[in-house]
Design a protein around this ligand. Structure first.
Ligand code: ADP
Ligand code: MG
Ligand code: MG
Length: 995
């Protein structure tokens, strides 16, 4: 027998169900599920996504037998309805609807009222006794079909109808009468013939196949392809086609149509939410011709229908265990549900729904944690542009979403101006080609930062994220020239207002209203669950999976601590020098020519550093603080302008010329590969000596003040064990000397950053001299790829577009290359030093896909910027749930009764989520292919939703937690180990990475 490609639903029974999303698409699978649940759904059938796939594989030909299957099931539909397609007396009308396994709102086509023709329109008019309705249905059909199937520009139809309204002296479509519409149908047919050079098809089967072709065709339409590209949707076979009996909401005042949500998708409150219009067809609600009514008023208008609808939404929500987004139509007092899906929601709503549903015993805590995407949680931590204002605004341009949140301010072009304007009480937005360390003062006072060059780890991006300042980097259409900025043809001057949305990378003209979300009690409850899950996790001997922070200043550390950071994974000492006083002494140190001069300058810096360290140690209340000794090339700190040079010359009491000569000597061709990191200490040991002494003194001070303290010293840019062999004893000697003198005992770990490929390869040797490793993945990525992270903008976008690379390696860790080095280094290091603590402190540490990788790779913690900490707590908990220990997975899966219904099915319906077979425990290589797939999925989930759709139709947000199916089942009980029951066994074995 031929493969089954067409699935019927109707009469309370369907051939498919919700578990078949891959085959039936989301819409079709849920229409089937609803039918089986006894919910009133107009009957119909679904042509599977396999047909779509085969269609494209076979040069746009359908597999054999599909036409026969369609004919059979159509006959069945006609029997069920007691009407025939194209019947001149009482025609069956159908809709032909697209529906992919992944929701692609508005990307593909739907055709309504199919089956109308010159004969059936008369039958429909006679049968319903409503001529206006019949002719309106026909003219709507010609318009949709003409546009979608025959490629007639829809403006032509719109022109014709507006001419007709003008001729009749009426304003609304609904004011046109039957005769007008009949004439309009003639005009429409004429338009079709002229534009498509073909008659409008009259035979219903021609119409049907034309529509089916168009829906399958729309899968490869430009906009659908683009959408999948942007949303990183991969591994989806195609769209399904749903053919469904029409029901009419435009039959009169006892008919209507609407969209509703089982809970409020913007607040998450458990309140029925939605809009409807009486006497209207689906597209009228969207078209905005009439203002829809709130769903609550339906209770007054038609109590019986309202109650029925409430009953259905309760049933569906309970069944799917998630907030539902439903389309309904009432025809002459009878209610039909046309679609249901898990509703997209704002971050606030995602957290509230998750927490409430646990309290309602609808879902487990683990399900709740898996359901909120990190990107949605991130929304809750930053100001956003008011949804409606953003919807109404046109973006001027788009750059990289380098640091989330929205900001609004007056344009300034230099850090200096930023500070000056700020002094005068102005809100400023710093616009530059790029930023460098000396801009820090201006960056701090800016509401937001916009740069035309640079990538996700450019100076502007890294600093902005650290400060929690919204930032767009690499907006290459922005041209900054002196005190003007032009975008496209538009020019902006200093002082003009602009608004940026750092979460999506869009720039807007003027002042858009911003809203600051409240951090709720729900959020802390939710994050507490995340912490419990992380703390209870086990990978081999490794217990827990921590989230640390990168903090350079006591303020940052304090904030991160409040956000739940469990340690400081990276305290960059050089950032401390941006402070004016320190910078002067530091510059004096840099240009010093003798050791004595250098020591003299260092002596002045020591107490200032000591104070900073004390502040951070205190803020972290005994949690580990990893202090990285000086890392960047010295030239980064030298004066850049003539004024600064003159100032320093005066301070040093030397001539400007001789100072210039010294500065020139520091010039390097390629400073990032030059005299930096521990190389500075190999040549000038006194620099690190001073820093270690400052750390020791600050620690001693803590002990004396009874403040618990756990300093760790990190040596950067190590390439060989011999560097540590040389430098470690120096540091130990200083610690010993200071602690003895101060009469205190402090345990100080000394470790290294692994950020050069050679170090990752030689890690077994390096581990002999290191108490910990921390992967500096910015440099490690940069050096592994030989990509300068500040210069990738010119080619990386093309690499991604041509799929030479799957992901921006500066955003999500490159698992196959950099990730391989990380796993290797971790294994080698632990083999030599089993107590070796291993973490990551690059910018990747806040990226959910990377966090998942880090968990699989056996890292003890991830460290990220303070504002990423809550997101990382969630992403880390999700990593734990998504990667249960192998032993558990192999055990007989236990599905708590609570989840069997929706949960089990959800497991295999998400196309992109292909889990590897049971994951190996710690230190084993993760399955590479699976890992790569995973990244695609995670990034997809990670994108910030564009908050641009109207609530009524295509939902509030684009990407929501709802997207994430319950791919991993977990046990309900609190402290229980997680049990994984998803269809992992299906995944074929994938190639192992080489040792
Ligand atoms: P989209 O995916 O763009 O929402 P849909 O296939 O859901 O497209 O259909 C578009 C509109 O047409 C919706 O309002 C839907 O409820 C309505 N619609 C689709 N099929 C029918 C039908 N058989 N009877 C009545 N209305 C329908
Ligand atoms: Mg729809
Ligand atoms: Mg580095």
């Amino acid at each position: 027998m031929a493969v089954k490609n067409v699935y019927f639903f109707g009469n309370g029974k369907a051939e498919g169900d919700a578990a078949m999303k891959n085959t039936l698409g989301g819409k079709g699978a849920n229409l089937a599920e609803m039918t089986n649940l006894g919910i009133p759904v107009p009957p119909g059938f679904t042509i599977s996504t396999d047909v779509c796939a085969a269609f494209y594989e076979n040069g746009k030909k359908y597999p054999a037998g599909v036409d026969k299957q369609v004919l059979d099931v159509l006959t069945r539909l006609e029997k069920t309805m007691g009407k025939k397609l194209g019947d001149p007396n009482d025609p069956l009308l159908v809709s032909v609807r697209s529906g992919a396994p992944v929701s692609m709102p508005g990307m593909m086509e739907t055709i309504l009222n199919l089956g109308m023709n010159d004969r059936s329109v008369k039958g429909l008019a006679a049968k319903t006794g409503n001529h206006r309705f019949a002719w309106d249905a026909y003219r709507r059909f010609i318009q949709m079909y003409g546009d979608v199937v025959m490629g007639v520009p829809h403006e032509e139809f719109e022109g014709a109808i507006s001419d007709m309204k003008k001729a009749r002296g009426v304003r609304l479509d609904t004011d046109l009468r039957a005769g007008d519409l009949e004439r309009l149908v003639d005009e429409y047919k004429r338009i079709v013939k002229e534009s498509a050079r073909k008659e409008f098809p009259q035979a219903p089967m021609d119409q049907l196949w034309g529509a089916i072709n168009a829906v399958f065709g729309s899968w490869m339409g430009d906009k659908a392809i683009k959408y999948r590209e942007i949303e990183n949707i991969k591994g989806v076979k195609g769209t399904a086609v749903n053919v469904q009996a029409m029901v009419f909401g435009n039959f009169g005042d006892d008919s209507g149509t609407g969209v509703c949500f089982s809970r409020d998708p913007s607040t998450g409150k458990n309140e029925f939410y939605g809009e409807y219009l009486m006497n209207a067809q689906g597209e009228d609600v969207v078209a905005g011709i009439r203002t829809p009514e709130k769903i609550a008023s339906l209770a007054k208008e038609n109590k019986a229908i309202y109650n029925q609808l409430v009953g259905i939404k309760n049933k569906l929500e309970k069944h799917f265990r998630d907030m539902q987004d439903m389309e309904f139509t009432v025809q002459q007092g009878k209610l039909y549900i046309l679609q249901t899906r898990n509703g997209k929601r704002t971050g606030t709503a995602a957290v509230k729904c998750a927490v409430d549903m646990v309290a309602e015993k609808l879902i487990t805590k683990e399900m709740a944690v898996l359901r909120v995407s990190p990107a949605l949680l991130d929304q809750l931590l930053h100001p956003m542009i008011d949804v409606n204002a953003q919807k109404a605004a046109m973006a001027l341009t788009k750059g990289l979403n380098a640091s989330p949140g929205a900001a609004c301010g007056r344009i300034v072009f230099t850090a200096h101006e930023a500070e000056a304007w700020h002094e005068r009480g102005e809100k400023v937005l710093l616009v530059r080609k790029d930023t460098s360390p000396e801009d820090i003062g201006g960056m701090v006072v800016s509401q937001g930062i916009l740069t035309s060059t640079g990538g996700m780890t450019s100076h502007a991006a890294v600093v902005a994220r650290g400060m929690g300042t919204p930032c767009i980097a690499g907006a290459h259409e922005v041209v900054v020239q002196g005190k003007t900025m032009s975008i496209g043809g538009r020019t902006f001057n200093e002082g003009d207002w602009i608004t940026i949305d750092g979460s999506i990378g869009e720039v807007y003209e003027g002042q858009l209203p911003l809203v600051t979300p409240e951090v709720s009690k729900d959020m802390s409850t939710f994050l507490r669950w995340c912490d419990e899950i992380r703390a209870a996790s086990t990978r081999g001997n490794l217990k827990g999976f921590e989230v640390w922070t990168n903090a350079d200043q006591p303020d940052d550390a304090k904030r991160a601590f409040q956000f739940g950071a469990q340690g400081v994974g990276l305290c960059r000492t050089e950032h401390m020098f941006f402070d004016k006083e320190k910078l002067t002494h530091f510059r004096a140190m840099i240009v010093a020519e003798t050791e004595a001069e250098r020591k003299e300058a260092l002596k002045k810096i020591l107490p200032l550093q000591q104070k900073d360290f004390f502040g951070i140690f205190k803020a972290m209340e005994g949690k580990p603080v990893v202090v990285r000794l000086l890392d960047p090339p010295l030239h980064e700190f030298v004066p850049h302008t003539p004024e600064e040079t003159a100032e320093l010359a005066q301070h040093l009491n030397v001539s400007v010329d001789s100072l210039k000569t010294k500065i020139d000597k520091l010039h390097e061709q390629n400073p990032m590969l030059g005299h930096r990191g521990c190389r500075l200490a190999v040549t000038y040991p006194e620099i690190y000596d001073m820093q270690v002494e400052a750390i020791a003194l600050a620690a001693a001070e803590c002990v004396k003040q009874k403040i618990p303290v756990r300093p760790e010293i990190m040596i950067p840019i190590v390439i060989t064990a011999r560097e540590l062999k040389l430098l470690r004893p120096n540091a130990e000697a200083i610690l010993k000397r200071v602690f003895a003198a101060e009469g205190v005992k402090v345990d100080v770990k000394i470790g290294t950053m692994i950020e050069v490929p050679r170090a990752a390869i030689r890690s077994g040797h390096i581990a002999k001299y290191a108490d910990f490793f921390s992967f500096g993945t910015n440099d490690l990525t940069q050096m592994t790829f030989a990509f300068s992270r500040d210069d990738v903008a010119s080619f990386l976008p093309v690499y991604l577009k041509k799929v030479v690379l799957d992901v921006d390696p500066f955003k999500s860790i490159d698992e196959e290359g950099v990730g391989f080095l990380i796993e290797n280094a971790t294994q080698q290091g632990r083999a030599v030093n089993p107590k070796l603590s291993v973490g990551i402190c690059g910018e990747h540490g806040g990226d959910p896909a990377t966090i998942d990788f880090c968990y699989r790779a056996g890292l003890s913690y991830v460290s990220c910027s303070p504002f990423r900490v809550p997101v990382a707590r969630l992403a880390a908990a999700q990593a734990v749930l998504n990667n249960p220990p192998a032993r558990k997975a192999a055990a007989k899966p236990k599905v708590p009764a609570a989840k069997k219904a929706a949960g089990k099915k959800a497991a295999d319906k998400k196309p992109a989520v292909k889990k590897a077979a049971a994951k190996k425990a710690v230190a084993k290589k993760p399955k590479k292919k699976a890992a790569v797939k995973k990244i695609a999925v995670k990034r997809f989930a990670e994108k910030r939703p564009a908050v641009k759709k109207t609530i009524a139709k295509k939902t509030v947000v684009k990407k929501a937690a709802a997207k994430k199916p319950v791919a991993v089942k977990t046990k309900a009980k609190k402290a229980d180990k997680k049990v994984r029951t998803s269809g992992s066994a299906k995944k074929p074995a994938v190639k192992k990475a080489k040792k």
